[in-house]
Design a protein around this ligand. Structure first.
Ligand code: AMP
Length: 271
C-alpha cells in the first residue's frame, strides 16, 4: 500500500463506528478489492481540539509497527476538509462488546488474549513504544477472533522515563495516579487489570467515584470474589502484575512463561 491514495480509490461501505474525532467505515480498494477500515477525521475537529500533533505522532507510530496483534495502519491521505486513515479491518469489532455480551471470558480465552497482548507489547517495547491506554475499547478482533491493539492516541515513542497523566482511570498504574514518572511497567500493570476484567467481567478497582478508584489503586486494594471458574494460577498471575513497586512487576517474558498462560493460551492467538 505504498503509494499516494485518494478517496476515489475506495468504495465506501457501512459505518463501523464513531470515535471522538470522526467516523470509521468499512471500505474496499477499487482495483485490488482489498477490504480495509477507513477512518475519516475532520480537520476542523483536529484544529478545535489542537489534536494535529498527536494524530501525526499516533500515525507515525502505528505505521511503523508491524505485528500480527497490532492493528496495521497501511497509509493515510487527506483532502481540504478531512484526513483519512487506511486501517486493517477488524471484522469482529471491539473486544469490549464481546466481553459485555458474555459477562466474562473462559480461562482459555482470557489467557489467549493476555498472551497476544503480551507478545504485542513486547514488540512495542522493543521499538520503544509504551502504549499507556490499553483497555478493552482499544482492542479489536479480526475475522478469526485474533486480538489487535488499536488506537495509539496516548502512546509515546520514548527511551526516557515519562511524566504525563494520561489513560483511562480504571487501567491506570499507581505511579500514574500519583503523577510520578513511569516507564514500560505501566503496560504490565494494565495486563493485570485486563486479566482480572476478562475473568470477572469488571476491573478490580472499580468504585463509586474517581477519587475512590484512585484510593483503591494507590493501596492496591485487590480482592478476588469467590468463583469456581477462576483458578489459583490465574490469581497468582494477576497478583504478580498488580504490584505497587513497578520494578517488581512480572516482566513480559515471565508472563509468557507463567503456568496459567502455558496451560490455557492458544499460541496461534485464536479462541
Ligand atoms: P475510533 O475512532 O478508533 O474510536 O473508532 C470508533 C469505532 O469504530 C470503534 O469503537 C470500533 O467499533 C470501530 N472501528 C475502528 N477501527 C476499526 C477497524 N480497524 N476495524 C473495525 N472496526 C473499527
Amino acid at each position: 500500500m505504498d503509494r499516494e491514495w485518494s478517496i476515489n480509490d475506495f468504495e465506501i461501505g457501512k459505518p463501523l463506528g464513531k470515535g471522538k474525532f470522526g467516523r470509521v467505515y468499512v471500505a474496499r480498494e477499487v482495483k485490488s478489492k482489498f477490504v480495509v477500515a477507513l477512518k475519516v477525521i475532520f480537520k476542523e475537529q483536529l484544529e478545535k481540539y489542537k489534536f494535529h500533533h498527536q494524530l501525526r505522532r499516533e500515525m507515525e507510530i502505528q505505521i511503523s509497527l508491524k505485528h500480527p496483534n497490532v492493528l496495521h495502519l497501511y497509509g493515510w491521505f487527506h483532502d481540504s476538509e478531512r484526513v483519512f486513515l487506511i486501517l486493517e479491518y477488524a471484522h469482529n469489532g471491539e473486544l469490549y462488546k464481546e466481553l459485555s455480551k458474555r459477562g466474562h471470558f473462559s480461562e482459555k480465552q482470557a489467557a489467549t488474549y493476555i498472551l497476544s497482548l503480551t507478545e504485542a507489547l513486547t514488540y512495542c517495547h522493543e521499538n520503544h513504544v509504551i502504549h499507556r491506554d490499553i483497555k478493552p475499547e482499544n482492542l479489536l478482533l479480526d475475522h478469526e477472533g485474533r486480538l489487535k491493539i488499536a488506537d495509539f492516541g496516548w502512546s509515546v515513542q520514548s527511551k526516557d522515563k515519562r511524566k504525563t497523566m494520561c489513560g483511562t482511570l480504571d487501567y491506570l498504574a499507581p505511579e500514574m495516579v500519583e503523577n510520578k514518572t513511569h516507564d514500560y511497567a505501566v503496560d504490565n500493570w494494565t495486563l493485570g487489570i485486563l486479566c482480572y476484567e476478562f475473568l470477572y467481567g469488571v476491573p478490580p478497582f472499580e468504585a463509586e467515584s474517581q477519587a475512590d478508584t484512585f484510593e483503591r489503586i494507590k493501596k492496591v486494594d485487590l480482592s478476588f470474589p469467590p468463583s469456581p471458574l477462576v483458578s489459583s494460577d490465574a490469581k497468582n498471575l494477576i497478583s504478580r502484575l498488580l504490584v505497587k513497586d513497578s520494578s517488581r512487576r512480572l516482566s513480559l517474558q515471565k508472563i509468557m512463561e507463567h503456568p496459567w498462560i502455558i496451560k490455557n493460551a492458544n499460541r496461534m492467538g485464536v479462541c
